[in-house]
Write a protein that binds this ligand. Structure first.
Ligand SMILES: [Mg+2]
Length: 429
């Protein structure tokens, strides 16, 4: 087994960094970006962090600072951030053949089999972050490790330091892991962290020292994988990566390439619906959506493009999200292009309960609280039916009935009872 090398590239304070791009007068000034309804802070420049402005701080609390000109305040501009993100993601292929976009400002890169060694890897890391900063103006950090989980840890360290970190070395890795609190580990999250602490696992190092099989019995197979990943044993691929806490991603490579709009639209609508379902089950709502398309990376004219859009109100309402996803798709779609993969990412997730308590006065979507309530109840019913009667029982028309993008030759038995075009056919003689 050849040693794998993964990288996680993350844009620093992404939205705030974007806002500074065309405003040289703000270069060293504190900048904050607010959620859709200008309710709370969703991004802060380093200077704003130094002022003690917290993530999620309500705008009215810092309004005085804004009005007196001490900080610059912006409303989220997702289509702008999506465009900048796209430029950065495009650049990554200069250095690595495998890039997986993970959120609007994060991508995993694979450096395996590129002939790198301990001598050449650091200069390459350096080159990547310096070039991106020079060409796009956005500061980024790049962490490396033998697994995706360790690359993510490395990125957290890189961000706090000089922008790069390499956890390929085992001894150094263990030292770093002992400084990482368990709740900070990718995939642990708010719900799992207290359970781990109860088991006496307080740091990433503690978790790495657990017997993986014991972990499987105690908390399940995903946690077993986490233990192995922290020990440098590769288990997680991009296709089964846990969602980041601030976004939900659903994507799929098509069996055959897809070049007609309708089929692509059905796929994108399906991914959007799945992402919404996940958000609702997590109790979160999204501030915006990012849709990304790419052709086969093994073909010459490789194309990889994405676009983002904010919602007027943070939401997990499938029809609203699907509608926006399809509008973005219309913008992105190029006739005659053999698309191989589509990705839908819900951006900047927030706690639904918190959003509701803040939102009502500032909503820009012209709906009454009663209408929001109705939308939510409708989604609850859809989720209930799908949970109790089987996945995908109720779906949205735009997801389509035929779903050609799924391809025919996967070794899947027909959806005898769930797909109109796969109903068993009875032939009478
Ligand atoms: Mg970031």
């Amino acid at each position: 087994m050849s040693l794998r090398i993964y990288g996680l590239l993350d844009c620093n304070n992404f939205f705030a960094s974007c806002e500074k791009l065309f405003r040289p007068d703000l270069a060293d000034k504190p900048v904050v970006v607010l959620s859709n309804n200008d309710g709370v802070v969703v991004a802060r420049s380093p200077e704003a962090k130094q002022l003690g402005i917290a993530m999620g701080e309500a705008y009215f609390k810092i309004k005085r600072l804004a009005e007196s000109g001490k900080i610059a305040v912006f409303s989220s501009n997702f289509s702008f951030y999506g465009d900048i993100s796209n430029r950065i993601m495009q650049m990554l292929y200069r250095w690595v053949p495998l890039v997986e976009i993970y959120s609007i400002d994060e991508a995993f890169l694979e450096f395996t089999n590129l002939g790198l060694d301990s001598e050449t890897i650091t200069p390459l890391q350096q080159e990547i972050i310096v070039t991106i900063k020079k060409w796009t103006g956005i500061p980024v950090s790049l962490g490396l490790g033998p697994t995706m989980t360790l690359a993510k840890v490395a990125n957290d360290i890189a961000k706090k330091g000089n922008g790069i970190c390499n956890l390929m070395d085992k001894e150094y890795r263990n030292e770093i892991l002992s400084r990482i609190e368990i709740g900070q580990v990718w995939g642990v999250g708010r719900r799992l962290a207290p359970k781990m602490v109860k088991l006496g696992i307080r740091t990433a190092r503690d978790l790495a020292a657990i017997d993986p099989l014991w972990m499987r019995r105690e908390l399940g197979i995903l946690q077993e994988q986490l233990v192995r990943e922290l020990n440098g044993e590769h288990c997680i691929d991009l296709n089964n990566a846990p969602s980041s806490r601030k976004s939900i991603q659903v994507s799929r490579s098509f069996h055959d390439t897809v070049d007609d709009f309708q089929t692509l639209a059905e796929a994108v609508a399906t991914f959007a619906a799945q992402a919404c379902e996940q958000a609702r089950s997590d109790g979160t709502v999204a501030s915006g959506i990012y849709v990304h398309l790419n052709t086969s990376r093994y073909k010459e004219s490789y194309l990889s493009e994405g676009k983002a859009q904010g919602f007027d109100r943070a939401t997990a309402h499938s029809p609203t999200v699907i509608r926006t996803a399809l509008e973005l798709l219309k913008d992105l779609f190029r006739q005659g292009t053999p698309y191989k993969k589509a990705t839908v990412i819900l951006l900047n997730l927030k706690d639904n309960a918190v959003t509701k308590s803040q939102g009502i006065l500032f909503d820009m979507d012209n709906k009454t609280p009663e209408e929001h309530e109705q939308e939510e109840r409708l989604m609850e019913s859809v989720d209930y039916i799908n949970r109790t009667m089987g996945k995908g029982k109720l779906f949205f028309c735009s997801q389509g009935m035929k779903q050609y993008w799924r391809g025919a030759s996967e070794h899947r038995s027909p959806g005898y009872t769930t797909h109109w075009n796969e109903l068993p056919v009875v032939k009478a003689k």
